[in-house]
Design a binder for this molecule. Structure first.
Ligand code: SF4
Ligand code: SF4
Length: 320
């Protein structure tokens, strides 16, 4: 085990290792609010080359990656400085973040903060998993995607086993292209039944699918049809903007990733004043990370505490 958590971080009172976790005194005071944050910094690069993706095999310069790192560290420091609130955080990078040490270290750090209920990230799971040992498994979660043209199935499954061994909650998914059917079938056969395997509906391809195609996807993912809709959202109540926000590398707050208007800045001392109920201004919402917050869909009853990492209640292990 040669992973050194502190190589890039100054000594930090709230984390070092699971066994040396120190409870912050503020954890004895009830939080003022619980805020869910979808963080997407300036990262726009990936080690994989999925042909349908704008970030495929895109690279960034060392200077660009340094900006991403600084932005992430500023965000994590801000979370650490706000023990009066509770946070659930989902990192939704444009590209692959976990191949970079600063994301691994930041997730490990955040997972030990008493004010962090959950820290999750979307990933292709191509990174090494040494850093997992440094995390608090009760707070970390992963939204993993298997890319059949870029990942080796056996290696991917080995990593899933490793995550299970360390008690990390995670979902596995595949993009819903018909050419991935074999991979979906094999994954479903070889993953433990307790692991939820989702299929992301490719909305543009839906008209070309036969009823049998859709039945196949549904047989792999019982919630597949849920992901095939453009849900009417205009004027509807949505938690995005009140208890859920999107934040970029500069701290700009938006209600979600799909409505570009800024509502404030996280680093403004009065950031809380931007958090108000507002009806949705988009016609529809069709992405899991958005529509799960629409009140009328009541998807918290389907996903419960696994809403960020896309793990339905039926697949959630009881807390240890
Ligand atoms: S792994 Fe994800 S981010 Fe990377 S190229 Fe594929 S779809 Fe895009
Ligand atoms: S319904 Fe979707 S688009 Fe509208 S505010 Fe909520 S997350 Fe954003």
């Amino acid at each position: 085990m040669n992973f050194e958590l502190n190589r890039h971080f100054p000594p930090n009172p709230f984390i070092l290792h699971r066994s040396s976790f120190i409870l912050h005194p503020s954890s004895l005071i009830p939080p003022l609010m619980h805020l869910t944050i979808l963080y997407r910094g300036p990262l726009v690069s990936c080690n994989y080359g999925c042909e349908y993706c704008p970030f495929a095999k895109r690279q960034q310069t060392a200077a660009e990656l340094a900006v991403d790192r600084q932005s992430l560290e500023k965000f994590a420091a801000w979370i650490a400085d706000h023990p009066q609130h509770e946070f659930s955080i989902l990192f939704t990078p444009w590209g692959e973040a976990l191949i970079h040490s600063w994301y691994q270290q930041t997730l490990a750090q955040l997972s030990h903060l008493p004010q962090v209920r959950k820290v999750a990230i979307q990933t292709n799971l191509s990174c090494s998993l040494d850093w997992i040992e440094q995390t608090n498994p009760d707070r970390l979660a992963l939204w993993t995607t298997f890319h059949p043209e870029w990942s080796k199935l056996d290696q991917f499954l080995e990593k899933c086993n490793y995550l299970q061994h360390y008690g990390i909650r995670f979902s596995v998914g595949v993009v819903g292209f018909l050419q991935f059917r074999e991979a979906m079938t094999t994954l479903r056969q070889r993953l433990p039944q307790s692991i939820y395997l989702w299929i992301n509906a490719v909305k543009a391809a839906l008209p070309q699918l036969t009823p049998d195609d859709r039945a196949f996807f549904q047989s792999i993912d019982p919630l597949y049809e849920l992901n095939t809709h453009h849900y009417l959202s205009l004027g509807k109540a949505c938690r995005a903007g009140a208890s859920v926000i999107s934040v970029d590398g500069e701290g700009t707050m938006r209600r979600c990733h799909f409505i570009k208007d800024a509502i404030g800045n996280l680093y403004d001392p009065a950031f809380e004043t931007a958090l108000v109920e507002r009806p949705c201004t988009n016609e529809t919402c069709h992405c899991h990370i958005g529509y799960v917050h629409l009140d009328y869909l009541e998807l918290d009853k389907v996903f419960g505490m696994g809403i960020l990492e896309r793990v339905p209640i039926a697949h959630q292990m009881p807390s240890p």
